[in-house]
Design a protein around this ligand. Structure first.
Ligand code: AMP
Ligand code: GLY
Length: 431
């Protein structure tokens, strides 16, 4: 098969690594890709917002299957756009339709979906300029802390947790009146705060049946001990020691299955991954958010544990034959540690040479590149999150130590990474 993977992050490097291993993959293209993805296929320079260019590439390169990595093209309707061209009628696309991608593209849509299908989630109300004063009143009476969410995509920054009413009202005004997140915050979801531990669960679905992938926990804060600003993710762990079989069964029956049924009932055509962002409150799962794709850096600990042929699963998904497949998972623990540019998630510089990538680090660790590019034969930094190292271990701690050993040998100006990924689970064996 000729496969096109869209995206340029560490997630896409991990997906490319996995696709490349499949005997079904004849040729892989990655658009735009990064300094690492070209190890496994051909990078094609294009903007992901340029749907015409993506379509032309599919036609000219005779692509059989497209895998859409990030959310933005999905929310903007890339799946529908490609499939409506007569020349691409046989193209297999992994990624939901525009309508179904609203599960990620609109928090208000996702909340009403959850409510309609009895999926446990925090109580909420939605506000716009039209009922702004009602919103202020609602906030004044609300228990603390209060969670404010911009309705649309805001590059992971649209959620603000407010500790007092003044702060909440100021934030509410910024979002709605002053368009803090542009169009995305014209509508705001105000939600009850959930106290618990977060984890992410992933399924691949063809809209009828689903396969459960390994779960993961990511570390969003930039600083050790979960302090400092939110980032795209500084590391991840899989499996999650507190997600035992009983809890996962609960997630299946209360969250995953009602979601798949809900998609069917609402006539939403879904073909691809669903990322369930969950809060474990006591022993119960509550939905925080849906994402219509795999996570970054969660993918770097999930796909590395997947023993099955990913392309075989993707083809079955796109052909609505997923019920014929099962998956096999490595039961070791995988941990990934992200190395970022100095200053990230604030201002940072790019273009620094990265050394140490080509050393032999053995079979315990894998390096996935994110914000990197090739320049004059060298690999240089090209983003905030630069690369991550995924390692395996019997325990979280072994895996973290292996990743840190590799990172000790990788150098670029201003390199920073957290040394405490998985700190809550030190010395706990995988389930
Ligand atoms: P989201 O963009 O929806 O994933 O939200 C970003 C982060 O905000 C989540 O990962 C949680 O840590 C936090 N969060 C979102 N909603 C809630 C909630 N209702 N209660 C507590 N924390 C929340
Ligand atoms: N790591 C969180 C995400 O991919 O959305």
């Amino acid at each position: 098969m000729r496969i096109l993977l869209l995206g340029s992050g560490g997630r896409e490097h991990a997906i490319a690594w996995k696709i490349h291993q499949s005997s079904l993959c004849q040729q892989l293209f990655i658009a735009p890709g990064n300094g690492g993805t070209c190890q496994f296929g051909r990078n094609i320079e294009l903007q992901l917002s340029d749907f015409e260019a993506i379509k032309n590439l599919c036609i000219e390169a005779q692509i059989d299957l497209v895998f859409v990595g990030p959310e933005e093209p999905l929310v903007n309707g890339i799946s529908d756009f490609l499939k409506k061209d007569e020349r691409l009628k046989d193209l297999l696309v992994i990624g939901p339709t525009k309508k179904a991608a609203r599960l990620e593209g609109s928090k208000a849509f996702a909340k009403s979906f959850m409510q309609r299908h009895n999926i446990p989630t925090a109580a909420y109300k939605e506000f716009t300029l039209d009922n702004y004063q009602q919103g202020v009143h609602y906030l004044q009476q609300h228990a603390l802390p209060i969670v404010l969410k911009a309705d649309g995509l805001a590059a992971g920054k649209g959620v603000v947790i407010c500790q007092n009413h003044l702060e909440a009202i100021a934030e509410f005004e910024l979002m709605i009146q002053r368009a803090k997140f542009g169009e995305a915050s014209k509508k705001v979801v105000v939600e009850d705060f959930l106290e618990g531990i977060e984890l992410s669960v992933f399924v691949l679905t063809d809209g009828e049946s689903y396969l459960l992938f390994p779960e993961a926990k990511d570390y969003k804060r930039v600083g050790e001990g979960d302090t400092g600003l939110n980032t795209g993710g500084m590391g991840a762990v899989s499996p999650v020691p507190f997600a035992d079989d009983a809890f996962i069964q609960n997630v299946k029956s209360k969250v995953i299955e009602p979601t798949i049924e809900g998609l069917k009932k609402d006539g939403l055509d879904y073909c691809g991954f669903i990322f369930f962002g969950l809060m474990k409150v006591g022993n119960e799962p509550y939905m925080i958010e849906y994402n219509c794709r795999l996570g970054d850096p969660e993918t770097q600990v999930i796909l590395t544990r997947l023993k099955s042929d990913l392309v075989d699963l993707l083809v079955a998904t796109a052909k609505k034959q997923l019920h014929t497949k099962t998956i096999e998972v490595d039961n070791r623990t995988a941990v990934t540690v992200m190395a970022v540019s100095k200053g990230y998630p604030g201002h940072y510089e790019k273009g620094f040479e990265i050394r140490g990538l080509e050393n032999n680090y053995g079979t315990k660790s894998l390096i996935f590149q994110a914000g990197t590019k090739k320049q004059d034969g060298k690999t240089v930094t090209n983003g905030g999150r630069v690369l991550c190292v995924t390692s395996f271990g019997e325990q979280v701690q072994d895996a973290v130590e292996s990743s840190l050993e590799v990172l000790d040998n990788i150098r670029f100006s201003g390199i920073y990474y957290r040394t405490d990924i998985g700190y809550e689970f030190k010395n706990q064996p995988a389930q």
